[in-house]
Design a binder for this molecule. Structure first.
Ligand SMILES: [Zn+2]
Length: 265
């Protein structure tokens, strides 16, 4: 397998780490919003999440509440389509867009990819149909055509146990060749998923606030705990990812500051 995986930062937010975890140090940290483009064999071009939306958000009072809790910093230059074009990648050439879950910092660029097939889970579909404030989903960020977009919905039954560095996880091999394996990483949101790319880099989405914060996941304070879909599963997923990272697979969370664009070099 000869793939290329590129990282883009599409906006960021700031948060006090001490307010997230018991026993954490008071440290206001910037959390960049990562988007990951995989170029594989043939014309496979898979995007993992789409970052924050640029421009005005038509998301009403829910959006105002969200922006108050997690104020985003987003500039026009953060637009994922614009960044891809600057890199010589036409957004229309993206074949699949994997949505880890539906939070605003992951779906803001969906409108740029009307040509792609969207890969999501039953749980994400459920949330789309019936999202409550607690789910943190802002449907106003999704384009009008999204309900009719091509999509590959991964049903719960499609996920089969797969051994990754000695740890078993429910997985779907997207192309059947191990190059891009979708992983169930439950807890953060209903149907939350990650992806193992080229068997080397595990994109963990929001399974944790950062790959250096995996061990802190069981110590979430009350409010950040309450906004997880399933706090027990969130802690279990973090433990599983810790074991996989310890076994030598690179675990990358969506809000990790990576400082490098190429991730499979
Ligand atoms: Zn999230």
């Amino acid at each position: 397998m000869t793939g290329r995986l590129r990282h883009y930062v599409c906006g960021s937010t700031t948060h006090d780490v001490g307010a997230l975890f018991r026993g954490g140090s008071r440290e206001v940290r910037s959390f960049p919003s990562g988007v990951f483009l995989y170029d594989g064999d043939g014309d496979r071009r898979v995007l993992f999440d789409t970052g924050y939306a640029t421009g005005e958000w038509r998301t009403g009072w829910r959006g105002a509440v969200y922006r108050r809790l997690l104020p985003p910093t987003v500039e026009d230059a953060d637009d994922i389509a614009r960044q891809l074009r600057d890199d010589g990648v036409g957004p229309e050439s993206v074949t699949q867009v994997v949505l880890s879950h539906l939070h605003p910092d992951h779906i803001g660029g969906v409108s740029r990819f009307s040509n792609a097939t969207f890969v999501l889970t039953d749980g994400v579909e459920r949330t789309l149909v019936d999202s409550r404030l607690r789910d943190g989903v802002l449907p106003g960020l999704l384009p009008d055509w999204f309900p009719q977009a091509r999509r590959r919905v991964l049903g719960d039954a499609e996920f089969q146990p797969r051994e990754i560095a000695g740890v078993s996880l429910p997985a779907v091999d997207l192309f059947g060749d191990g190059s891009y394996v979708i992983l169930a990483l439950p807890g953060h949101a209903d149907g939350h998923i990650g992806a193992l790319v080229d068997g080397r880099v595990l994109l963990a989405g929001d399974a944790a606030w950062g790959s250096d914060l995996l061990d802190a996941a069981p110590r979430l304070r009350a409010i950040p705990r309450a906004v997880q879909f399933d706090a027990e599963a969130y802690a279990d997923t973090a433990r599983t990812l810790r074991a996989i990272a310890d076994a030598g697979i690179r675990v990358v969370c969506s809000h990790d500051p990576l400082g490098a664009k190429e991730l499979l070099t």
